[in-house]
Design a protein around this ligand. Structure first.
Ligand code: CDP
Ligand code: MG
Length: 671
């Protein structure tokens, strides 16, 4: 008998076997000879992980230059950076590093830098020609994220000034021509008659092997796709050969519910049968938690990954043979009438559904189970509407203005946004004080708002806070509301969790409650994981809040704002009342000065109504305002599930404050 036990499986499939490997020389040649290269290839062909390494080895990092690779998603940035660092045998932050908002893991040694597209745009504020980069690879461009669209427009401008810059646009599906044409028309406009051969960008297509995927549809529409997903998983598990399963759901809540449902049903499996290992993959997970999905399951276990759209193209998980597709995705949707932007579960597009199915056929023939009917599939949109056409554009316009692009309408958009969205954004920025009567950025407020890494309404609160005498508190609130993960540790014992929360509750609302939580954490010494556990707080999130707060503080110091605080002097009664105005009131007023456009009034039935009376909102169960009485409130977080819109971080205010701080906004809207 062969002693197979003494063999250890290779950690990684040799990268020389990836489809991109046979295109290496052609790619390097094309990139060297063309300012713009469009790389098209199936997910998993090696674009993200291999191409930057080829470039680095080919000398693109000489003279201290850096290769930037952008991703629309933070999770993709961190996982991919970790993977590439492993491949080149370095610590993340050394030769290979990454940077996402509030988390910079790079050093002077970093040659390959992964970062979000939004962050690279932000870098352009400081370094308008992005001169430290020799190559900028806009990855996952087919996703058409708001920031990557804008980034392409900005790169097109930069290109004129930096002919040596290499731009790579990489895309999973075949929209390559659109990207190429976008960069092409510039030459036509310049009246440059150089032959196309010399001037234009090029498309390089990396053919990946794709195995056939057997498609299965429901014969009848299902009401509850979560239940149906779980049933399908157990059917696969009991009747199909080995192979892991990837399930596409819309968000964290759904994923956690599905995992509980699987756990509940596990005992129904026969004693001697293989078991199921359900794993989550969504953006709020810690890096360690995310890494589990890449490890192979223990023996006699089938791995089932419940993922959001992250797994559609941004991250590749090996070993997937079965895909279960709910047919839904959470997409940003902006309602120009209410000014509220939500993440709303939306049917996927055909392109998206096809991409999802493809995840099953990477290493061998696979199967895809769609939890909808074939006719439902036929009625789907061909492609997802680009984010720029359905988002709140205030942050984008603020950034473009700060980049010196004053005439927004003339900016070279890959797809122009609807005029109404631009108008709404300008109105909001004007009423926040970021723009003047001529739609120019105000100084210093507007320029500072653009620079600070917060969305404009929150940035306004922070920058206004000195005049409300609550800078220290607003720094904390801004940090706590910027956390991606959860402040509270979800726990089986909901009752105990509730009473733990109640200890921190402040009558005026969630923001002051968060402030209370943070200050208690600081009083407890900031390092006490056990203390957090006792109070059902997420230690990691709290530690992150401390770091975010410090970074925000540094922005203010750079602006020359006197932060002058010593945290050690934090009083034990956190919500202190000082000066003429009770402190909580000045904090609430300060919040209103940024969030007047996010106001609502409680209706007799306990739900909330927006100012224009057009939209019903509900306090999220995790909000302090859930099941409590209030009149007027402002909110900083909106979430949408199935049919309800929830508001989560909510604070009580006075109606008169809306006119006091948002008079321009309400005058413009109501006339
Ligand atoms: O960017 P693209 O979709 O073309 O492929 P990639 O992300 O560079 O992935 C290439 C290969 O690396 C995949 O087939 C995976 O086997 C592997 N990979 C991985 O195992 N873990 C990661 N976090 C990323 C990639
Ligand atoms: Mg990729």
């Amino acid at each position: 008998m062969a002693d197979t036990d003494s063999f250890i499986p290779a950690l990684h499939r040799p990268s020389s076997l990836l489809p991109i490997a046979s295109h290496r020389d052609a790619l390097l040649y094309t990139i060297e000879n063309n300012p713009v290269t469009i790389v098209v290839g199936q997910t998993g062909s090696g674009k993200t992980t291999q191409l930057p390494q080829y470039l680095e080895r080919a000398g693109y990092c000489n003279d201290n230059k850096v290769i930037a690779v952008t991703q629309p998603r933070r999770v993709a940035v961190t996982t991919v950076a970790k993977r590439v660092a492993e491949e080149v045998s370095c610590e993340v932050g050394q030769k290979v590093g990454y940077s996402i908002r509030f988390e910079d893991v790079t050093s002077a040694a970093t040659k390959i830098k992964f970062l979000t597209d939004g962050l690279l745009l932000r870098e352009a504020l400081v370094d308008p020609l992005l001169s430290r980069y020799s190559v900028i690879m806009v990855d996952e461009a087919h996703e058409r994220s708001l920031s990557s669209d804008i980034l392409l427009g900005v790169l097109k401008k930069i290109r004129k000034r930096r002919p040596e810059l290499r731009i790579i646009v990489s895309s999973a599906t075949l929209q390559a021509e659109d990207f190429l044409n976008f960069f092409k028309d510039e030459e036509a406009q310049d009246g440059d008659h150089a032959s196309q051969e010399e001037q234009n960008g090029r498309i390089v297509s990396i053919e990946g092997r794709a195995f056939p995927v057997d498609m299965h549809f429901l014969s009848e529409p299902c009401e509850e796709y979560l239940e149906r997903a779980v049933k399908t998983i157990f059917d696969i598990h009991t009747s199909e050969p080995v192979g892991d399963v990837l399930v596409f759901l819309t968000g964290r809540d759904e994923i956690e519910t599905a995992i509980e449902m699987v756990a509940d049903r596990l005992p129904s499996l026969p004693k001697d049968a293989d078991s199921i290992l359900p794993l989550p993959l969504y953006a709020g997970l810690s890096t360690e938690q995310q890494m589990y999905v890449f490890e192979s399951a223990p023996e006699n276990h089938r791995k089932i990954i419940f993922a959001t759209n992250i797994a559609e193209a941004s991250v590749t998980i090996d070993g997937i043979v079965y895909v279960v597709d709910s047919g839904f995705v959470k997409l940003r949707a902006f309602n120009p009438n209410t000014g509220i932007e939500t993440l709303t579960p939306t049917p996927v597009s055909k392109a998206s559904a096809t991409q999802r199915a493809g995840r099953a056929g990477r290493t061998k023939p696979g199967k895809c189970y769609r939890l909808y009917t074939e006719s439902a599939f036929d009625s789907l949109e061909e492609a997802t509407v680009p984010e720029i056409q359905r988002s709140n554009l205030a942050p984008t316009i603020l950034q473009l203005k700060a980049l010196g692009i004053d005439n927004i309408a003339r900016f070279d958009f890959l797809t122009p946004p609807p005029a109404e969205l631009i108008v709404r954004a300008l109105e909001l920025l004007y009423s926040l004080g970021a723009l003047d009567d001529y739609a120019k950025l105000t100084k210093p407020l507007g320029t500072r708002m653009a620079e600070i890494a917060l969305e404009p309404m929150l940035a306004t609160c922070l920058l206004n806070s000195p005049s409300f005498n609550c800078l220290s508190e607003m720094l904390t609130i801004a940090a706590m509301t910027s956390l991606q993960g959860n402040v509270w540790f979800s726990h089986d014992n909901k009752k105990a969790e509730e009473s733990a929360r109640r200890k921190f509750a402040v009558e005026e609302g969630d923001h002051l409650t968060l402030l209370n939580v943070y200050q208690a954490f600081v009083t407890a010494g900031c390092k006490d994981a056990k203390w957090c556990q006792q109070h059902y707080l997420n230690f990691k999130s709290m530690t992150r809040a401390v770091s975010i707060r410090n970074q925000l503080k540094r922005y203010l110091e750079r602006f020359g704002i006197d932060v002058g605080e010593s945290l050690s002097a934090t009083p034990s009664d956190p919500v202190l009342r000082v000066g003429g105005m009770p402190k909580p009131e000045s904090i609430r007023r300060c919040l209103t000065s940024g969030y007047f456009s996010h106001a609502a009034r409680m209706a007799p039935d306990g739900s909330f109504m927006t100012v224009d009376g057009g939209t019903v909102l509900h306090a999220h169960p995790s909000s302090l305002m859930f099941n409590r009485k209030a009149d007027w409130v402002i909110f900083t977080e909106v979430m949408e599930t199935g049919e309800k819109t929830f508001i989560r971080d909510v604070t009580k205010i006075e109606k008169s404050w809306l006119m006091e701080y948002g008079k321009d906004f309400y005058r413009v809207k109501g006339n």
